[in-house]
Design a protein around this ligand. Structure first.
Ligand SMILES: Nc1ncnc2c1ncn2[C@@H]1O[C@H](COP(=O)(O)OP(=O)(O)OP(=O)(O)O)[C@@H](O)[C@H]1O
Ligand SMILES: [Mg+2]
Length: 235
């Protein structure tokens, strides 16, 4: 569904992504693993129209994404849970969720179905529906951010380091939810430094280091690779 070909991204004169080629197929969960500063957020920013590529192609369902604005890209079926989560703290859970559908005509027509779907995955959000987002725990806010992205009815859900700052037990719980979301038919792109937990979600993954893909494989082979074990799993 998403094909990235020979992508080069720069901030000014500094190149951050080098000749990157990758793809995500329908009903697939794909990991982008890499350390601090590898370029994960930069790559994601280009997919959702926040950074214009120097060269290369970004193709979603057969059509180029380049030149489209972020809200237009969301409308095509790509939804992002950003690294900086940007919830509206003084709005309720329900209001935050409904805003997730705001830019997407298809989703605006399906608000109650999509709310039901989000509440099925995250029952706590239903219990807290009238609570102000800013007064919820870190884990609950993370769930709300994902729920809000799901309200846009995405075909592809991109998550930028969803584990960041969460205690390990919450990461495990949250990543199980990602598996449920994938089973519902939403493809997932998961950018993570937490490779150990990320491997429990993905079907296939890429390792991004210094802006270059250094490894690409199905989950089993990644888990067994000496490089992954040594550099990311501390084995
Ligand atoms: N707005 C910017 N202007 C200039 N350089 C930037 C900008 N944002 C990021 N960079 C640089 O680009 C490189 C890649 O950063 P990026 O945020 O994409 O990495 P990341 O893999 O998401 O890291 P992290 O895991 O810490 O979020 C880094 O060297 C970073 O310093
Ligand atoms: Mg990042």
């Amino acid at each position: 569904m998403l094909e990235i070909k020979n992508l080069n991204l720069k901030y000014g004169r500094i190149q951050v992504i080098w000749d990157l080629t990758m793809s995500i197929y329908n009903n697939e969960a794909v990991g982008i693993f890499g350390p601090n500063g590898a370029g994960k957020t930069t790559l994601i920013s280009s997919i959702v129209g926040l950074i214009k590529p120097e060269t290369g192609e970004l193709i979603f369902e057969g059509n180029s994404l380049i030149g489209f604005k972020t809200h237009e890209i969301i409308r095509k079926g790509i939804s992002l849970v950003p690294q900086e989560r940007e919830l509206f703290p003084f709005m309720t859970v329900e209001e935050n969720l409904k805003l997730g559908a705001a830019y997407v005509p298809n989703a605006r027509n399906r608000i109650s179905e999509n709310l039901d779907f989000v509440f099925e995955i995250f029952p706590i959000l239903k219990e807290r529906i009238h609570q102000l987002a800013g007064t919820m725990s870190g884990g609950q806010q993370r769930m709300l951010a994902i729920g809000r992205a799901l309200m846009a009815n995405p075909k592809l859900l991109i998550l930028d380091e969803p584990s960041l700052g969460l205690q390990p037990s919450l990461v495990i719980e949250l990543f199980q939810k990602l598996v449920e979301i994938k089973k519902s038919g939403v493809s997932i792109m998961l950018a993570e430094q937490n490779v150990k937990q990320g491997l429990k979600v993905i079907d296939r993954g890429y390792v991004l280091e210094n802006g270059k893909i250094v490894m690409e494989d199905v989950v089993q082979n990644l888990a067994n690779s000496p490089h992954i074990q040594k550099s990311y799993l501390g084995v």
